[in-house]
Design a protein around this ligand. Structure first.
Ligand code: SF4
Ligand code: SF4
Length: 88
């Protein structure tokens, strides 16, 4: 499963959302991502949800067909990590 290892380091840049939508659709769109980043300007870090059941978005398939999970690869702050476990 993809976990949020260090939410306080998240800058809310949305690169992970873009990488994920690119994986699913070869397009860049926050609404086509399995990741939803909610960044408050008042708080450090961000609330990051990763969708495993559709919820109106494509579910995370762990970047099937890619060499490695793109959200982890492109996050500049190393916020996301992959762990073995449920959903994997
Ligand atoms: S592993 Fe791939 S499909 Fe899953 S959240 Fe990350 S970018 Fe999206
Ligand atoms: S790419 Fe990393 S720093 Fe940027 S929004 Fe996603 S988790 Fe946060």
């Amino acid at each position: 499963m993809i976990i949020v290892e260090n939410p306080n380091a998240c800058t809310g840049c949305s690169i992970c959302e873009m990488a994920c939508s690119f994986h699913h659709f070869r397009k860049y769109s926050k609404n086509k991502s399995s990741i939803k980043v909610n960044k408050s300007i008042f708080n450090k870090g961000a609330l990051i949800n990763i969708v495993y059941k559709k919820q109106g978005r494509p579910g995370c398939d762990f970047c099937k067909g890619e060499k490695s999970p793109l959200c982890i690869l492109f996050c500049p702050e190393n916020v996301l990590q992959q762990r073995s476990g449920e959903n994997e």
